[in-house]
Design a protein around this ligand. Structure first.
Ligand SMILES: NC(=O)c1ccc[n+]([C@@H]2O[C@H](COP(=O)([O-])OP(=O)(O)OC[C@H]3O[C@@H](n4cnc5c(N)ncnc54)[C@H](OP(=O)(O)O)[C@@H]3O)[C@@H](O)[C@H]2O)c1
Length: 333
């Protein structure tokens, strides 16, 4: 079997670390792992397959001999270095938002649109974490009864904002419990014991960039810009796992058992929906899992053609690292 040289750009970040773990868990055929970071983390020992890789500073020469470069170090780093990696002969899988809406760059969730991978010209984009889990739940419904409109409310964990955000929730929680003042650095307000209806920057239309990502990326992945979507994205004091309340209006009425069956048969989706036993997905229960879990599936009593559901997934796995590694697996098939 062929083996590949794989570079992870942002190897010390929460997504980078999860990518390295996922490559190992899924036995991706790695010949050499190249760990790239800023000067802050130069020389970090990173364990992979029982050996250590020493991280190096990312620069223009980092991609010689690299087959696949998985980027998760921020949009400006991808903007500058992804074209350099492609020029050096690597295929880039980018976790940042930088290339996602570029018409020449496929935006891929393998269970939904694996075929799009084939159209790549060197760069493939991984969607926003909230989009990835949502399109898994929307795809089978869209195929069965074309979605007209989706109303989205998210409850997103702090790990979606990186390693410093995780530390901030930890330290603010401790300080708040001790009655000490805490400072908000990673978010606009205190995140401990709070919810913040603001993820990424505000745009001129009053939506945040995170909300617009969910809307536009979903239309691109489902290859249908007639689907109407609206979103409110909210940061909550949870470490790992994003939750979403979705109201999905279909073009025809579907029996609720049919909806459940469609979701049950969707690869990557698990239906966890047993209200009589208080069974429904929660992020605390499901952090670390690869699947996207759907519960609270019910008919919208205000609209017979609409479905309400609750979708939970580990944002670091399906929302980032797992999806990126699945794309790499598609490439070597
Ligand atoms: N977290 C998620 O759930 C998620 C999901 C989807 C997409 N993403 C995207 O993935 C990217 C990384 O997110 P994260 O959550 O992993 O952030 P993070 O925990 O803050 O990690 C950032 C990583 O980027 C590296 N880095 C920063 N500046 C750099 C530079 N100038 N040169 C080289 N490396 C640099 C850091 O290295 P040092 O250790 O040297 O600082 C670190 O390894 C972001 O663009 C984010 O939007 C995140």
């Amino acid at each position: 079997m062929s083996k590949y040289t794989v570079a992870v750009v942002g190897a010390t970040g929460v997504v980078g670390q999860e990518i390295i773990k996922t490559l190992e868990q899924r036995k991706f055929p790695v010949k050499e792992l190249v760990c790239l970071t800023s000067a802050r983390s130069e020389g970090t020992r990173i364990e992979f397959n029982g050996k250590y890789s020493i991280s190096r500073i990312l620069d223009e020469n980092s991609f010689e001999g690299v087959d696949y470069a998985l980027f998760s170090a921020g949009g400006s780093i991808s903007e500058k270095f992804a074209p350099i990696a492609v020029k050096a002969g690597a295929v880039v899988i980018d976790n940042t938002s930088h290339f996602r809406m570029d018409p020449s760059v496929p935006l891929v969730v393998p269970e939904v649109n694996a075929q799009a991978v084939k159209k790549h010209k060197g760069i493939i984009a991984n969607p926003n974490c909230s989009t990835a889990q949502m399109v898994l739940a929307l795809k089978p419904l869209h195929d069965a009864a074309k979605i007209k409109r989706v109303v989205i409310s998210t409850y997103q964990s702090v790990s979606g904002a990186g390693k410093e955000a995780i530390k901030e929730l930890e330290s603010q929680t401790r300080h708040n419990l001790q009655g000490k003042p805490s400072e908000a650095k990673q978010f606009t307000k205190d995140i401990a014991f709070n919810v913040i209806p603001h993820i990424d920057v505000f745009e001129d239309n009053g939506y945040t960039k995170e909300e617009m990502k969910m809307i536009l990326e979903t239309q691109k992945i489902l290859e249908d810009d007639t689907i109407k979507l609206t979103a409110t994205t909210v940061r909550v004091p949870v470490f790992i796992g994003h939750s979403e309340a979705l109201n999905v209006e279909l073009s025809e009425e579907l029996p609720i058992e049919k909806v459940r069956d469609l979701l049950r048969n969707m690869p990557g989706v698990v239906v966890m929906d047993n209200p009589s036993k208080n069974e429904y997905p929660t992020p605390k229960l499901l952090a670390g899992r690869d699947e996207t879990f759907v519960g609270r599936i019910r008919k919208d009593i205000s609209n017979p053609k609409a479905i309400d559901m609750w979708v939970v997934s580990d944002n670091l796995r399906k929302g980032a690292a797992l999806n990126a590694v699945q794309i790499a697996e598609e490439l070597i098939k």
